[in-house]
Design a protein. Structure first.
Length: 748
């Protein structure tokens, strides 16, 4: 049958033209082909299943996980005079019966929105199996995937539900999402058991959406940058923060500067959130400072800036939030103000968001401690997170919050609070236990899935780090991440709309190859080799920069021979060097809040052949420059070092050639004497000083005593304190380091 889709679009939806692939997607549905649609948030994805109903005319079932989104879609359809209903937990039993009877007896309801849990309901299934179905729509289809944090066992029922209905009538499946990575896409296909389908991925490239990253670590500088953006650009702005605490901080700062600003976060009750969102929609505020709870279904066309005050949780979340700008098609901007240090905070959140099994079980036993087996169902617990954290010995409010979320996800309990009380009156929140007390082994928690989600969170954090802290076109990275092949084909080498591409010519003309000398990469590799995968990266960085952290002295790491050897750098700069070597396959890093770094097979060749580092030198320093271009090196007892820093060892060598004593060099260079002594050792190791030249700084007698102490007591050479304790007091750590270097080189 020939259908005038353009006329249907105008008559029913009051739109003049289709956008990009919309018409092709609709034709795929009308041909009764299973159809996968991967498009950014808001871009009329719903039209691709709503318009086909006009032709197919029977009931469309939309499986949607969020009650708020269900209501939003139903209201929009009813405004278009298209009958739509929702079947969810907000309805009374009588209302549910009336809707099911109407579906059974009449053909008046065209769209029925249901949550996946409804697919377990016998009454619903008995009604639907006798109804003519035009299509099954799975909205927010990424939730089907085991890789998604909102995955629930109820999603596994979708496949069986569809297959049972298809025994009587053939209809297409339409699965839609804005946030599917290739891994999630493959999982959706597998879990729906579809083989003959069309897939559409597009619209992730918006030509007039500009991407700007500014690495700022200091809080006051970050607040000033936010103010500067607001004062120099037209409204409206959304500022996303990672926590309620940061929302309050930014809000108070802007309020003090007489900005028309308000806040929005998940701690506010529903009525207040809706009121404030409407105020923003109606231009009563210029700025909303919010957690990611804001904007899920916001449709304000004139938002010019989306500012991320903190690191986004993932590229998927970030892209959903960014898309709240630009909807009128005019130039809009997203700005992210984050430093590499923020990734450590993210790792902390990941660890606390996915607590270990033993902590979850400990907290479960605490909640049910007053009940016997099979008792406790429907009991209410009225306590704050803080009191529960202390009483359960979990000790962390954040971890308690995460455990409660996990238990709520698996229907063990329900969190609730009284909307009639002010939100700050936290004491009137409560928890309702939905299950009786069970044995630990019978808890309905998918432990394997919790671990999978934790690993996936670390993977997503790594992708955010690559997007923000590696050189390259940010737009290209996003299109590759979402596999938007059509937009990639049309993307120019220089997109011209991200900060990297805008600054690319400037970067090409900069002398960045001298950011650090090549031998410092080798020194880092040698340093890491000695620690045998024992410490996480932050500890190693502390050793190198002469940190005063108590852990170092407690563990005698301040006596390491490389202590202070990179004192001119900040900790973040050293961590950036580590990551540069990781991304170039010289090191690898374990996952977790305290990741350890260790050497890949590449380091073996490097330590025996420095040409490998030299060959990769420009590549390493380009990446290091990009990671650290907004960082300042540390100022303590030395002058501020510029990016074009002179090789510190070479400078010491030049002064030695002038026959200046070590103490005089120390004073002249404003470095500790121990640091200069370490330079002597390094210069000898790299053959810049000969054996005869370095012996004059010690004595053969002392050096041999060190060697004999090591040999006779079978001591490890990477631990200096045990060696020192066996020697006479006049033998210094410098003598020990020098002796060890001579043993390594077979000069002693």
């Amino acid at each position: 049958m020939m259908v005038d889709l353009q006329k249907t679009l105008k008559n029913y939806f009051k739109l003049d033209n289709f956008r990009n692939n919309q018409e092709y997607i609709i034709k795929s549905v009308l041909d009764k082909k299973d159809t996968l649609v991967f498009m950014p948030t808001w871009w009329w994805k719903s039209l691709t299943y709503q318009l086909p109903w006009v032709i197919l005319n029977w009931l469309t079932i939309v499986i949607s996980p969020l009650i708020s989104l269900q209501k939003d879609q139903v209201d929009k359809l009813n405004n278009l005079k298209i009958r739509a209903e929702v079947l969810n937990s907000t309805l009374s039993n009588i209302e549910k019966i009336m809707i099911l009877e109407e579906i059974s007896l009449w053909n008046s309801i065209k769209f029925l929105y249901v949550a996946p849990e409804r697919l377990y309901d016998t009454e619903f299934l008995n009604t639907i199996k006798n109804i003519k179905i035009s299509q099954i729509v799975i909205d927010e289809a990424h939730c089907i995937s085991q890789w998604w944090h909102d995955f629930r066992p109820s999603y596994l029922k979708i496949k069986d539900f569809i297959n049972n209905l298809r025994e009587k009538i053939n209809f297409p499946i339409i699965a839609l999402t804005a946030t599917a990575t290739p891994k999630v896409k493959a999982d959706i296909i597998q879990r729906l058991w579809i083989t003959n389908y069309n897939s559409f991925t597009s619209w992730f490239d918006r030509k007039n959406l500009w991407f700007i990253v500014r690495e700022i670590s200091k809080e006051d500088e970050k607040l000033q940058k936010v103010l500067e953006i607001i004062q120099k650009t037209p409204p409206f702005w959304i500022i996303y923060c990672s926590s309620v605490k940061n929302v309050s901080k930014v809000y108070q700062f802007l309020l003090w500067e007489w900005i028309r600003v308000w806040i929005y976060n998940w701690e506010m009750n529903w009525n207040l959130r809706e009121k404030e969102q409407n105020n923003f929609m109606n231009w009563n505020y210029d700025v909303i400072v919010a957690t990611n709870a804001f904007g899920m279904w916001i449709d304000k066309a004139d938002i010019r800036y989306v500012i991320h005050y903190n690191l986004p949780w993932s590229i998927e979340n970030y892209y959903q939030e960014v898309w709240r700008a630009w909807r009128d098609g005019k130039n809009s901007y997203w700005v992210i103000l984050a430093s590499y240090q923020d990734t450590i905070i993210q790792e902390f959140f990941i660890e606390n968001s996915y607590p270990p099994k033993e902590d979850i079980l400990k907290f479960y036993n605490y909640l049910y401690k007053d009940f016997e087996l099979w008792e406790g169902k429907n009991q209410i617990i009225l306590k704050t997170y803080n009191s529960m954290a202390i009483e359960s010995s979990i000790w962390s409010d954040l971890k308690v919050w995460s455990i409660l979320n996990i238990m709520q996800k698996y229907d063990i309990l329900k969190k609730w609070y009284n909307d009639f009380w002010e939100q700050n009156d936290f004491r009137w929140r409560w928890i309702t236990l939905l299950l009786p007390k069970l044995k630990e082994e019978n808890l309905p928690i998918l432990w394997w899935h919790q671990e999978l989600l934790k690993n996936e969170s670390y993977f997503k954090l790594e992708q955010v780090k690559k997007l923000l802290f590696r050189p390259g076109c940010r737009k290209k990275f996003i299109l590759e991440y979402f596999q938007d092949e059509d937009d990639l084909k049309n993307l120019k080498n220089n997109c011209g709309t991200c900060d990297y591409c805008i600054d690319q010519k400037k970067m090409e003309n900069m002398e960045i190859k001298d950011i650090i000398p090549y031998n410092q990469y080798i020194l880092i590799l040698e340093f890491i080799k000695r620690f045998d995968n024992k410490f996480w990266s932050q500890i190693l960085a502390w050793i190198l920069i002469w940190s005063k952290e108590k852990k170092l002295t407690d563990w005698n790491l301040d006596l390491d021979k490389d202590f202070w050897s990179f004192e001119i750098y900040s900790k973040n700069f050293i961590l950036a060097i580590f990551d540069t070597l990781i991304e170039n396959d010289f090191l690898y890093k374990t996952s977790g809040q305290y990741p350890k770094i260790w050497l890949t097979s590449n380091w073996i060749n490097t330590l025996f052949n420095t040409k490998i580092i030299i060959d990769n030198f420009d590549k390493l320093n380009n990446l290091l420059y990009f990671k650290t271009r907004f960082l300042e090196k540390k100022e303590e007892k030395i002058k501020k070092i510029k990016v074009e820093k002179i090789d510190t060892y070479t400078e010491t060598l030049n002064l030695l050639k002038e026959n200046i004593s070590l103490k005089e060099i120390s004073k002249k260079r404003e470095l500790w004497l121990q640091t200069i002594e370490d330079h002597i050792v390094k210069l000898y190791q790299f053959n810049k000083l000969t054996l005869s030249e370095v012996i004059k700084f010690s004595s053969i007698d002392k050096l041999k005593k060190v060697k004999n102490a090591i040999k006779n007591n079978s001591l490890e050479i990477d631990k200096l304190k045990p060696i020192k304790e066996l020697l006479e007091s006049d033998i210094s750590y410098f003598d020990i380091k020098l002796s060890i270097s001579m043993i390594d080189k077979k000069d002693l």
